[in-house]
Design a protein around this ligand. Structure first.
Ligand code: ARG
Length: 472
């Protein structure tokens, strides 16, 4: 009979209160097994901790504990080997594991779910999954930063135009440009680590919403699962998903940062720029045009950011207005989360490979950077150093640029002939002069960039340690 508590294959977990079986359409619409199978190892780990917790407070005997633990071990092997047989009534991973444990452990299996709800169970599983997977994402971000560091270090004195408004502005060292992306990614690592602190809380013991009349010990299970703390409020434990939204935001931001890095490589590898050439292994061809070599990784890094933003905004819309505590809407937390982690991970690895193998075209970069007009700011500053108010210096050089663009001569000649500037200033209008003069700490010139490189190297080592030490 059903009221022995033992679950029977083919029946829903909650069949006791129902006279009839669930409709096929209900199962088709509400089942989550197709995607929450991803949580199988975390679900089993959560059950192991829960069962140990039940024995710890005397709710089950040692023999019962051991029977359930042995069954959980078997389920683990079956799932790890892909031998596990799901049945039609397995609406989610939690149901599937419990059903199989009950088959294997006999009556003791019926005690597995004592004092527990799928509400605290699934919330626990997801947090445990997030701790591992987000740390792995953070590690991949550091891997990409490492590539940027290596390429910046090896770039030496190569320089290119820095741009504002996509117009050539002032020359910058290539290393400086690469490290700009590196620092942004470092802040993403900080954000991931920060989010992980809020994720690292165990909801197990909150039950369906209010805790239990049984003498559960949520601190015990939190510690057993390696969580830093247990929940403070049971309604909040099962009724909040802000940690998922926060993770989706950080993942979307990583995606946005990768899209910006990708866009630069789309530009740089174009025939118009030709600042860089992709390695064959990290470029794609055209099915029709034999000459093509396309930057598809960079483009998809750009494109996938849209989907990652969708994962975030879609889930925020799901959360909006939900009353406490658990609502089935929350089942919708998993697909965007799994998708975002997977897509960001793939993008990070592909971008790291592309960046590690790209060949620079320094002559093209430097020829673009050595356009005479990129020395204009330095000419104005040369006058400032001789006491000319900056506004007046700006106007003086501006009118020379205007005459140069009108075809009156090269900027260098016009500067040499100018009453205020003259031949000494004209020396600034020569290849490589402008980048060498950028001396501000944190600026784009050689001495400042050498110092920045050393600082970045130190920070990458710290980030590397932070992502390695936290892996559980
Ligand atoms: N699959 C469900 C989820 O992910 C498990 C919780 C179901 N709880 C319930 N009361 N129906 O949210």
């Amino acid at each position: 009979m059903s009221d022995t508590g033992a679950q029977q294959p083919g029946k829903a977990l909650w069949h006791g209160r129902f006279a009839g079986a669930p409709a096929a359409e209900l199962m088709a619409f509400t089942a989550s097994l197709s995607f929450d199978r991803e949580l199988w190892a975390d679900d089993i780990a959560g059950s192991i901790a829960h069962v140990n917790g039940l024995a710890h407070v005397g709710l089950i005997s040692i023999a019962e504990r051991d029977a359930i633990l042995a069954a959980l071990q078997t389920v683990h092997h079956e799932m790890a080997d892909g031998r596990f047989v799901y049945v039609e009534s397995d609406e989610d991973i939690h149901t599937a594991v419990e059903r199989r444990v009950t088959e294997l452990a006999g009556p003791a299996g019926g005690k597995l779910h004592t004092g527990r709800s799928r509400n605290d169970q699934s919330a626990t599983d997801v947090r445990r999954w997030m701790k591992r997977e987000l740390m792995a994402v953070a590690e991949r971000v550091v891997d990409l930063m490492d590539v940027l560091l290596q390429r910046a270090d090896a770039a030496g004195g190569v320089y290119l135009p820095g741009y504002t408004h996509m117009q050539r502005a002032q020359p910058v060292l290539l290393a400086h440009h690469l490290l700009a992306h590196g620092w942004a990614l470092g802040r993403d690592v900080d954000r991931l680590l920060d989010a992980l602190e809020r994720i690292d809380v165990s909801p197990l013991g909150a039950g369906a919403l209010a805790g239990s009349s049984l003498p559960l010990d949520p601190d015990f299970t939190a510690a057993a699962l390696g969580f830093a703390a247990r929940f403070e409020n049971s309604l909040d434990a099962v009724g909040s998903r802000d940690h998922v939204a926060e993770a989706l935001f950080v993942l979307a931001l990583v995606g946005v940062n990768l899209s910006r890095l990708g866009e630069e490589f789309v530009l740089w590898t174009s025939d118009e720029f030709a600042f860089a050439t992709l390695d064959d292994a990290y470029a794609t061809g055209s099915s029709m045009m034999p000459q093509k070599k396309n930057p598809d990784i960079a483009e998809l890094a750009r494109g996938k950011a849209g989907r990652l933003i969708g994962d975030l905004t879609g889930f925020l819309a799901t959360m909006k207005g939900l009353p406490l505590s658990y609502n089935r809407d929350y089942q919708e937390d998993k697909e965007p989360l799994f998708d975002a982690v997977r897509q960001v991970s793939l993008a990070l690895s592909a971008m790291a490979g592309m960046l590690a193998t790209v060949t620079w075209q320094p002559e093209r970069m430097q020829a673009a950077a050595d356009a005479e007009t990129t020395a204009a700011t330095d000419l104005a500053e040369w006058l400032v150093q001789r006491g000319v108010p900056f506004r007046e210096a700006h106007a003086t050089v501006g009118s020379l640029v205007q005459r140069h663009l009108a075809g009156e001569g090269s900027l260098r000649e016009l500067v040499a002939a100018d009453r205020m500037l003259g031949p000494d200033a004209a020396a600034l209008v020569s290849p490589g002069a402008a980048v060498a003069r950028r001396t501000t700490p944190g600026g784009a010139g050689p001495a400042a960039v050498a110092e920045q490189l050393a600082r970045f190297r130190r920070r990458v080592a710290e980030w590397r340690e932070a992502v390695a030490s936290d892996v559980r």
